[in-house]
Write a protein that binds this ligand. Structure first.
Ligand SMILES: [Zn+2]
Length: 442
């Protein structure tokens, strides 16, 4: 019996095992032929084709220049030419290493962790950031949502972490875990905001699961327009936790409403030619010109609204149609932005502002989902997070974030985090035995 219990516990632990590191393709949606890498913090080892070129390269003042020639990477460091290689690897020597990627023609971005560079099949640079999983999540949160309250970031971190753990093999055939674009999740920089890092810290070890304890799919969108969509009306599968729910919290936000004008000729010929609808039939004509959605619908005369959304590049499928007095154009009046399934980000921002708790907000958008807490994962990641937060605040002392951030909670909570009692909450009991476990430099 005891043995079964042990096996059951091991299976449970395996189910919720968190990823340590991930590989993320950077600048995945642009083509880069040349760039330079400078170093903001820490020291790096530089490898080319597996051989060490430079050891413990103190970053400051050094710049690595890379460009593609043929199928090779031409490498220089400052003024020194090192040759041409198939691959380059910048290895961070400890956790406090930050590098800055400056591509020709694009804004520079900073990242933690390692950087691997090769030449892709398209003859352009292929950049992979090998980074701590939770550092990646904090960068995703900063790239994916706006706001100023910690719970907004905590919620985004939970759904981004759940999505990532469920989709670790998304780009397995390409040799990495995720791209940095919305195809996976946006990851456009390392996290540099203390309030966002604090939200990520508070969420560590938290994921969303179904009644069987399996990680759920956690799609999100900018604004539901007042009602979220059923998963089967947008994709194929009907999932019990992705149900359409009323969402008045998404009203009166940046992306709540939109309009688009289309000529009647184009509108009708689209349905006639692309979908073989008889537009001379008075019933069809009435429906096409006066379509209403007081509640979300899935189709217009049998045509999926998702198809119409793509073909007319509409912000959402939640729209109604009216004819203008000139009888030359139709106006589409729509609500929301995005596919409408799962969590509305602007609805979340509003709910947090109104004082709803982060778990009740998650339950509002993911019907029946359960918030899972993993104290082991929390204990494993809290130290790295706290170190990162300290680094951000140190860097921030002469930058603008400190004054821009609503200093409501992150600074106060950081100070509380520094107190021993609160640290004790972060660590699981067995790890508290060793006093050295929680030695931090502040
Ligand atoms: Zn992707």
């Amino acid at each position: 019996m005891k043995r079964f219990l042990v096996i059951a516990i091991m299976l449970t632990l395996a189910l919720f095992a968190q990823a340590d590191r991930v590989k993320v393709r950077l600048f995945s949606n642009v083509k880069l032929g040349a760039l330079s890498v400078s170093f903001d913090l820490g020291s790096y080892n530089l490898y080319a084709d597996g051989n060490q070129l430079l050891e413990d390269m103190a970053g400051e003042g050094r710049t690595v220049f890379l460009k593609v020639e043929g199928r090779r990477l031409v490498v220089s460091v400052n003024q020194d030419y090192y040759g041409s290689f198939a691959s380059l690897h910048l290895e961070a020597t400890d956790t406090a290493c930050i590098l800055c990627i400056n591509p020709d023609g694009f804004k520079p971005r900073t990242y933690e962790g390692d950087l691997e560079v090769t030449v892709g099949a398209d003859g352009k640079l292929r950049l992979i950031n090998d980074v701590d999983f939770e550092t990646y999540i904090a960068g995703v949160v900063q790239s994916e949502i706006y706001g100023s309250q910690t719970d907004i970031f905590r919620i985004q971190a939970i759904i981004s972490r759940t999505w990532a753990l469920r989709n670790m093999k998304k780009h397995a055939v390409d040799g990495y875990n995720f791209c940095d674009h919305v195809h996976c999740q946006a990851y456009l920089n390392r996290c540099i905001r203390p309030d966002i890092m604090m939200g990520a810290i508070e969420s560590s070890g938290e994921t969303l699961v179904d009644a069987d304890g399996k990680l759920i799919d956690t799609p999100f969108h900018s604004n539901s327009g007042g009602q979220t969509a059923n998963s089967e009306d947008v994709w194929r599968a009907a999932l019990p936790y992705l149900r359409s729910v009323p969402d008045t919290f998404s009203y009166h936000m940046k992306q709540s409403d939109w309009t688009k004008t289309v000529s009647i000729d184009r509108w009708l010929s689209y349905f006639r030619k692309s979908h073989k609808i008889d537009t001379d039939n008075p019933d069809n004509l009435r429906e096409l010109l006066h379509f209403e959605q007081a509640q979300r619908k899935a189709k217009l005369l049998g045509v999926p609204l998702t198809k119409i959304r793509t073909d007319f590049q509409l912000k959402s499928t939640f729209f109604s149609v009216s004819v203008d007095s000139t009888m030359m154009t139709v106006t589409l009046r729509g609500h929301g932005y995005g596919h409408g399934v799962g969590l509305s980000q602007e609805g979340t921002i509003r709910m947090v502002g109104l004082g709803f708790s982060y778990d009740s907000i998650l339950r509002h958008y993911y019907t029946g989902a359960v918030l899972h807490h993993d104290p082991v994962a929390k204990a494993a990641f809290a130290p790295a997070y706290v170190a990162q937060l300290a680094r951000i605040i140190e860097e921030d002392s002469n930058q603008q974030t400190r004054t821009l951030s609503k200093k409501d909670d992150w600074l106060g909570r950081l100070f509380r985090l520094r107190d021993r009692e609160v640290r004790e909450e972060i660590y699981v009991e067995e790890e508290q035995d060793n006093e050295q476990d929680w030695e931090y430099e502040w």
